[in-house]
Each structure stands twice: as structure tokens, then as C-alpha cells.
Write a protein that binds this ligand. Sequence first.
Ligand code: ATP
Ligand code: MG
Length: 445
Amino acid sequence: MRLGKKSGPGIIPLSKHGIHRDSLPHSARKVCEGLQQAGHSAYVVGGAVRDLLLGVTPKDFDVATDALPEQVHRLFRRSRLIGRRFKLVHVMFGSETIEVSTFRAGDSSNTDEHGRVLRDNVYGNREEDAVRRDFTINAMYYDPSNETILDFHDGLRDLRKKLVRIIGDPRARFREDPVRMLRAARFAAKLEFTIDPQTRAPIADMASLINNVPAARLFDEMLKLLLSGHAGPCVRELREAGLHHGLLPLLDVILEQPLGERFVMLALAETDQRVRDGKPVSPAFLFAALLWHEVLAAWKKEQAQGTKPVPALHLAMDAVIEMQTDKLAIPRRFTTIMKEIWVLQPRFEQRSVKRPFALLANERFRAAYDFLALRCASGECPAELADWWERFQHATPEERDVMLHPAEARERRPRRRRRSGGPAVAGGDASGEAGSKAPAAPADS
Ligand code: ATP
Ligand code: MG
């Protein structure tokens, strides 16, 4: 890595930054004190310092130290060493965990053919630790014992100017780790900052380097972005920077269709609201939404080739997930739920006597219904459909009886003669008239 020549860090006193040590949680203070009493240096670093300066409550607190991981581990009874390649220590205080990392140096001696750094596990000193960090605003070190901030790269100046500026030469730093381009977009959207023009300039050109990043790592960063509470602005930022191609290869196609864009943006806005309200969000739901219009297109294509609706839907789902997985490995625990949400969608059109009850009882009903509501809100399906299901869920048995579609009431008649012919299809949902306006077929057809 090219190091910017610096004479030393800016030392910012309390009077200039205003962060008292008691704005830190007890856990972070204890970790720093414990390390310092044992003769080490210790600082709160990264996102926590940045957020405190911005008056935002930090998500978590990271500590950087010159103590080696094993030394840190020995100092704190409730701690564990994690990571194989690069060791970190998690120190536990009740439900809080403080992540302690030993100062590291950037190491550009071991890269892939595109210049991406493969090894990031060389210990270093404080200056080296600061220079290997991504953005100036993420490279400030707060020492609770004297309440000063060490600012190695004019992070405070950039923070006041609301700038996301990479440390060092943008091209070199993005080549070393293309994920930083994604992080730039995330921080800009989340903090409502702008990406410094020099940092931004090479991004469009270098966007394809994202393709060389291991899919699992990309997924982790993408998840941080989508769950940041600012997913809508983040995706917009990614598009503007030309970065979405490599990430969600299907997203650009989707975003170019008016209905698809409405749907994705609605899903993101709803997720952001939930994150801000402190409610849990489901990454599977979100990915299901991001890829839905691609599934719809693939489904249509399969049916045009003569495949029946239900098998066609399964083929479409698998194809979309497989194509996506190359670039951004969505873990199986999520793809399973995504498929469950997708596969239930056609069943909302079946409002026959038994079918709505089977759907209501499905363990994925809630998520699938929320998904349907989004589809209706985006204009893909008539609003009447979501309204019907909203009412049906909360209706009394008598009201439900009235609500059921008359054409399907015939199904209520006992079908003794047919029973002998073989078992009915489970749940009465596999008949496959998904999306069609045709009356529902008998459950065992
Ligand atoms: P957030 O509040 O979203 O967690 P953060 O700044 O804490 O933001 P993390 O992903 O938790 O972000 O990373 C912690 C710190 O590690 C960053 O502030 C930055 O200094 C450093 N860092 C993380 N990822 C990279 C990277 N790819 N390249 C260089 N430095 C990084
Ligand atoms: Mg963090």
C-alpha cells in the first residue's frame, strides 16, 4: 500500500471534540482501562468514534491495541479468541461484546492477479493500523484515559465537511479491496455525506473488480448495506456509482422496469422504516423482493415454453437463485425461505373454500402476505387482493363464509366418489392455476 507521508497524527483535545469518556459504555471503558493498566495502549476506533462525533449512537464499539490477541485474551476472563486467519478477541460484558483487534499493517505483498490483497494479517504499529483503514472518518482513535482523539488522516475535517474520503490513492486502495467501493456508497448514504470527488472518480471504471471478491464476503457487505436503515438511498448511490451490476446482476434489469423499480424501492423503504423503528427485519424477505421481478420474468418464459405453471415457477426460482449465487452467495438458510415466500404467491389467488385456510395455517403465511401486500402496493396485482386477505385474516368464521368466492363453494360438497380414486393433492395448492384468472381447479385435479 502507498502510505501518504504524514508527520504525525492530529491530537484533538476534549474541548474540540466534546466526547466525554462517560459517553462510552462501561464495557468499552473497562476494556481500554484493563489493557492500559497492563501496560498496553488501547483506543476506541472506527465507526464508534465517527458516530459519537456525529451525535449518532454507535452500533458497536471496537478497540484497537498493541497487545497481541493471546495477551488480550489472558487479561479478560470472559473473552474468546476468534478468527483463524486473523485473530481478534471478543470480550463479553453481559450482553455486550467488545471486539479487540491488534494493530495491523496493510500488506500488499500477497495479491491476486487483479491486485486484491489476499492476506491481511500482519501486525503493525498504530500509524500502520490507521493507514490501512478505509476512510479518513473511520481512522480516528479515541483514548478514554485522556479523552483525546488521534486523527491520522484529517478525519475530523472530512467529517465536518460531510465527506467520505479514502485514505491514500483511491485506485490503489480499491484495487487492494474492491469492497471499499461498496462501503463508500454505504457510508455516503447512511451518513448523508458525499463521496469526495477524487475518491469517487475511479469507481465507475473499477466497478467490475467487485466480481473478483469472494461471493460470501460480498454477501456480508451487501447485508450490512441493506440492513443499514438506509437501504433505499444506498441502492440509489450504488446505481449512480455504477456499482450494482456486479452485486445483484439482476438488479439493473429490474430497476429499469417501472413496476420492478417501484416494487424494489417500496421493499427497501419498508425495510428501512423497520430498522429505524428497531423492529426485526428478514434478509430473506428482502432478497426475495430484490429478485422477484426476475423470477416473474423467468416464470413467464418457462410457461411460454409449455411448462405448467407450478413446475415452471420452481424452475424459474432455481434459475434465478443459481444465476445470482455466482456473484453474491445468498446462504441456503435464506434461499429456502425466499422460495417459500415466492411459491406461496400464486396461492393468494385461490380463494376457494379450503384453500385460504390452508394458506393461513402455513408457517410462512405472514411473510408471504406482507410480500403480497408489497406486490399490490407496487401495482403488480390489484389492491383488492391484499384487502381481501387482510379482511379474511381478521374475519369471524361467519364473515369468512360470506367472503369465499361463490364459484368455489361447489367444492364444499362431499366428493365421496372421487375420494376412492386416490389421495387429494396435499393442501389443495398444487393445481397450478397460479396467476391465471381461471376458476380454481378441484384440489385433486
Ligand atoms: P458500521 O457502523 O456500519 O459498523 P464501521 O465503520 O464500524 O461502520 P465496520 O465494517 O464495522 O464499519 O468496520 C470497522 C472499521 O474497520 C472501519 O471503521 C474501518 O476503519 C475498518 N475497515 C472495515 N472494513 C475495511 C476495509 N474493507 N478496508 C479498510 N478498512 C476497513
Ligand atoms: Mg462497526
